[in-house]
Design a protein around this ligand. Sequence first.
Ligand SMILES: Cc1cc2nc3c(=O)[nH]c(=O)nc-3n(C[C@H](O)[C@H](O)[C@H](O)COP(=O)(O)OP(=O)(O)OC[C@H]3O[C@@H](n4cnc5c(N)ncnc54)[C@H](O)[C@@H]3O)c2cc1C
Length: 310
Amino acid sequence: MLSLEHIRSICSGEIHISEPLAPMTSFRLGGPVDIYIEPTDTAELRAVVRYLRETETTYLVLGNGSNILISDDGFRGVALNIEKNFSSLTIDDGIVTAGAGARLSKFVDFCVRHGRAGTEMLAGIPGTLGGAVIMNAGAYGGEISDHMVDVTVLRDGEVLTLSVEACGFRYRNSDLRGDIVLSARFDLPQGEEQDLRVRRKELLLKRNAAQPVNYPNAGSIFKNPPGQYAGQLIEECGLKGRTFGGARISDLHANFIVNAESGTAADIIDAINHVRHVVYEKKGIELELEIQLIGFPANAVEPLRRASRV
Ligand SMILES: Cc1cc2nc3c(=O)[nH]c(=O)nc-3n(C[C@H](O)[C@H](O)[C@H](O)COP(=O)(O)OP(=O)(O)OC[C@H]3O[C@@H](n4cnc5c(N)ncnc54)[C@H](O)[C@@H]3O)c2cc1C
């Protein structure tokens, strides 16, 4: 049985009961979490995680909530937010070290200011470094793992530093799922600060023109299947602009589902299921989710059946 008193004795950070999670996500959707904790350093995080494991309590790590959909019923367990207290950025001998809680925009800005190239394409991604590392976030042909040296994680209660090769980075995934990312180090090529600023601005403008930035969303819902673009497939199936309660498949970018009119997480799930069924039926392609579902039953995303005519 989880004791709040015990958690308070091992963690000096914020601890809240029945905390609404919707404001902590870019979808602005989802119910509350039973217990919300902000450990203040690695020792506290380690102690809390050890206790949660001992008590067999389910927990989740929250970054900036820009790649998740939380159920309308919320999450039964503990949310650990390491955004606030793990966000340091340093450079030493040309190696940039970024804490897992650092916002990607700040990380990119830091690198640009220090004349370090190769992160500019990440500028408009609204996540934290930890969230980006876990899923190997990327854009415009680059990925966060490109110039990475190593990643420090909390794994099975131990703090480990893993070489980039040991992390198994691949398209929007890694072998780090289940670990808690604490920080990562980067060996970035040198660049002219002014050139890097220009490139960052160009890519930001391109991004803002192509994405529905005015509505709450979680970025691309589906991964691109090999050699294809999920957005193009969805568009070719005539699904742009379709609504599901308050959720809408964006008119601007079909791989974005937006919370257009006071939608619910259930509306987003309806949209996801419909898109997957139609694309499977019309194109024979099974779209895989890029976003993480939290607090949903395992069958929330329905299995695909050929018989489901659309
Ligand atoms: C408008 C918009 C545009 C986007 N564009 C892109 C894009 O171009 N490319 C791209 O790759 N993504 C994009 N995304 C998705 C998202 O921003 C990235 O995936 C981002 O890296 C997620 O980081 P986060 O901190 O928000 O993670 P969260 O959404 O908080 O969490 C995502 C997952 O990572 C886990 N996690 C978070 N932090 C840690 C940690 N420290 N240790 C272990 N696990 C952790 C969570 O438990 C969860 O499973 C976009 C999103 C939006 C809303």
